[in-house]
Design a protein around this ligand. Sequence first.
Ligand code: BG6
Length: 317
Amino acid sequence: MERSKKPANIPVSPTIPTPNVSISQDNSRVTASLPTGESVDILLYGATIISWKAKGKENLFLSSKAHLDGSKAVRGGIPLVFPVFGPPPAGHATTGLPQHGFARTSKWEYLGKSTSESSATPKSKGDASVKLDFGLSHTMLDNIPSEWKNYEFGITYSVTLNTDDIETSFAIRNTGKKDWEFQTLFHTYLAVDNISQVSVSGLEGVSYKDKTQGGKEVKGTSGPITIDGEVDRNYSQDPSKLVTIAEKNKPRYEIYRDLLSDLVVWNPWESKAKSMADFGPEDGYKKMICVETGSVLQWNTLEAGDTWEGGQRIKAL
Ligand code: BG6
């Protein structure tokens, strides 16, 4: 029987879609995605970001021959360089460590997520972001073949996925009683369609150390950097300066830096790429450019009890 006075439906407030975070069954990777489709994929091995998708595109280059099983540092994505950049110098506390240090070859701990959401409006699909935290400390490492075995540290690495960009940041703490020195870098392999059409602006006139010429100091170019051969350069530039990577003169990525003044621009080009067993496909060097933000041109001293912070934000355009 139809009731004349039906109780009104209880109003339900519209549910706001939330970011999704999942951890693989074997506890080897964390994947996060936003309701708007952006996603990030991070291996606990090295806390290496191996995929970042935004605007329907993959933004990170990952070698087809990269080892993703924890047997070797990942060739591609965003590996982490710490506590030494490049081969460790002789007679230093890092002597004996592998090239680029141990952070990229250590298994990190996933510490958890924090999310933020805002509801959709008639004009936008809503906004959401997710921050994933990872930790590494001296207690998690064994067999450090260097003076570093006597140092104590704790690092929190945060990866924040927003709709238009990704942020990566470090809080590095000296938890021991001895001061120590370190270098660090986000070794970012950006995906491009064709390296011959890529230009990097924001470093005009800045002189650099050219590692393809034994570290010779070279005067910076007056225009944007273009690449038509092996490039391995170390720049230092005020972190408030924006660095833009364009393709066919159309901006594709913007890099904003927080307290990190050094930038490495690297492309191995054909013969060096061929000499790397984990670099593929053979012409993969045309599909990538490393523009790496960090602090590597000098040593940073971290006194006992102190914390050092730095980060970057890469916007996909
Ligand atoms: C870059 C360095 O950051 O990393 C290059 O400037 C180096 O000199 C490159 O060749 C790759 O290093 P790796 O250890 O990952 O082969």
